[in-house]
Design a protein around this ligand. Structure first.
Ligand code: NAP
Length: 244
């Protein structure tokens, strides 16, 4: 099995990579700085390929995916994502565009390049790690992030419909809080207070099963999903009082 993970150099993507290594997959891991893998046991995996590019750079995405896919591409997973809250956006006008380029246009670049390879093969599978934040109608402190993840889910839906007749499956993975280094950094060093916090291993288990089952959406954990659905029913004023 040949697997490429864009955003595979840390967090959920790297944990997912460890799973596919154990499965004996031929793996390509991508991020802007692939040297982040130096010293990680995964770096010694036989045949591991690393690609360094910004997912917002369409040509670079096509070059990397095209190169790896020369010998076939069974699965493309996009976990690359960025976060900026309302305070960051208000404080720095340069914060919004990189988030949108990564979480939204970057996803389209990756799905287009992945589709290129998979349509030639007549089969394949793509997945994006979106976020349960995309399902919240009001996400006061992270509204642009929430909007970008809502877009990611909708983009996955559109590509699924377009590509299914050609043998290419598309899955949107929609997790709640996952205890990654990045989430800890965003929360002053600890994410322990986050509701229904999951380990990276739990997130990987759910993601892998969703990909294997080729489901359209995989939203987890169910407790947070149920909370979000109830929350969306509250009057707008009450929803806006919530902190991220
Ligand atoms: N952790 C959570 O609680 C949580 C919950 C729901 C959804 N998610 C989503 O899950 C995904 C992974 O989250 P994480 O916590 O594992 O974050 P992470 O550790 O920061 O991983 C992000 C990965 O994406 C890469 N990346 C970021 N921007 C990129 C760009 N412009 N071009 C190419 N690669 C880029 C990063 O490498 P470089 O920085 O070297 O480029 C890294 O490999 C994100 O999309 C996030 O929104 C996370």
């Amino acid at each position: 099995m040949r697997v490429m993970i864009i955003g595979g150099t840390s967090g959920i993507g790297l944990a997912l990579a460890a799973h596919y290594v154990r499965q004996g997959a031929e793996l390509a891991l991508c991020g802007r700085d692939p040297s982040r893998l130096d010293g990680n046991p995964i770096a010694s995996h036989a045949g591991l390929r690393r690609y360094g590019f910004d997912i917002g750079d369409r040509q670079a995405v096509f070059d990397a995916i095209g190169d790896f896919a020369r010998e076939g591409l069974d699965l493309l997973v996009v976990t690359a994502g960025q976060y900026a809250d309302a305070e960051a956006i208000a404080g720095d006008r340069m914060r919004s565009l990189p988030l949108v380029r990564t979480n939204v246009s970057g996803l389209c670049h990756a799905f287009d390049a992945g589709a290129d390879a998979m349509l030639r093969q007549g089969r394949g599978q793509m997945a994006v790690v979106a976020s349960i934040a995309g399902l919240l109608h009001e996400y006061p402190d992270g509204s642009l992030y929430s909007a970008s993840k809502r877009a990611a889910i909708a983009i996955a839906d559109a590509y699924r419909k377009a590509l299914a007749p050609h043998g290419v499956a598309v899955t949107a993975v929609v997790p709640g809080y996952v205890d990654t280094q990045k989430l800890r950094e965003l929360n002053g060093g600890s994410a322990a207070h986050k509701p229904y916090l999951q380990t990276e291993e739990e997130a990987v288990r759910r993601t892998v099963r969703a990909i294997e089952d080729k489901v359209a959406h995989c939203i987890f954990p169910w407790q947070l999903h149920a909370t979000v659905r109830l929350f969306n029913l509250l009057p707008k004023g009450l929803q806006r009082m919530r902190k991220k």
